[in-house]
Design a protein around this ligand. Structure first.
Ligand code: TMP
Ligand code: ASP
Length: 236
């Protein structure tokens, strides 16, 4: 599998073509960004840690029958994935109130929700990823009704698998963001699952182990990521 031209560079990853039109290479960057790219920093080693955590978690999701784009880890910072036609939306699942939900509805951060909340956001840095609902998605043709239903179903199945997995490692999965795309006719989980796109709190102490350490200047960011990896049993 040889890595070809760079097709796209995002805030946290680069995407490369390969000689197979159905396969891409993702390269996880050391750059940390928050608040739609307005805060950035280089964290040497983040790409390697995220690549390993993502490989582990995508593997567990695939084991449980969730269609994922991830195929295998190729190198310290690269993974091979299916080439998806990405939908321009983000799917967020929340088990505990935090972040923008706390701000939007004036709820105390840390309130455990009686049942998980599902939200869609429109992927646009310029607009600050605004909250949308399924009617916007259908009206603007960003996905079909069947795809909207499938995103909801798969997002909750991810929650079932990962909530238990993190809990077994003494962590609470507070919330997370997923992105989906089309592989031929199938809707598939794309992007990544790493501490950059979820909130994980220590079950006992409530200590934040995820990217909120970077967003809120709470201390050594990579030490939190390494702790997540260790607790998942990921070789780092
Ligand atoms: P929020 O509280 O900022 O809406 O974020 C909810 C969760 O989703 C949190 O774990 C961070 C993640 N997220 C991203 O990683 N990128 C995004 O663009 C959005 C909207 C959320
Ligand atoms: N809202 C996400 C974050 O704070 C992504 C972003 O702001 O670019 O990480």
């Amino acid at each position: 599998m040889s890595r070809g031209e760079m097709l796209y560079e995002g805030k946290g990853k680069q995407v490369f073509a390969t000689d197979d039109p159905d396969t891409l290479v993702l390269a996880f960057k050391d750059t940390a960004t928050a608040f739609d790219g307005t805060k950035t920093s280089e964290l040497a080693g983040k790409g390697r840690i995220n690549n390993r955590i993502n490989d582990h978690l995508m593997g567990r999701l695939a084991d449980r029958g969730i269609p994922v784009h991830h195929l295998r880890r190729l190198s310290e910072t690269e993974s091979e994935v299916r080439r998806l036609d990405m939908l321009p939306v983000e799917a967020v699942v929340r088990n505990v109130v935090a972040g923008s939900l706390a701000r939007r509805l004036g709820m105390a951060e840390g309130t455990v929700l009686d049942r998980p909340v599902f939200e869609f956001f429109y992927k646009s840095d310029e607009l600050g990823d605004p909250l949308i609902n399924r009617f916007h998605i259908l009206a603007f043709g960003w996905a079909t009704e069947a795809e909207v239903a499938r995103m909801e179903e798969l997002s909750f199945r991810v929650n079932d698998v990962l909530y238990a997995l993190f809990e077994a490692g003494g962590m609470r999965l507070v919330d997370y963001k997923l992105e989906f795309g089309r592989f031929h006719d199938e809707l598939v989980l794309g992007d990544e699952f790493t501490p950059d796109g979820c909130r994980l709190w220590d079950l006992e102490t409530g200590e934040k182990l995820d990217k909120d350490r970077f967003r809120r200047d709470l201390g050594d960011v990579l030490e939190g990521y390494r702790e997540i990896g260790r607790r998942l049993g990921v070789e780092l």
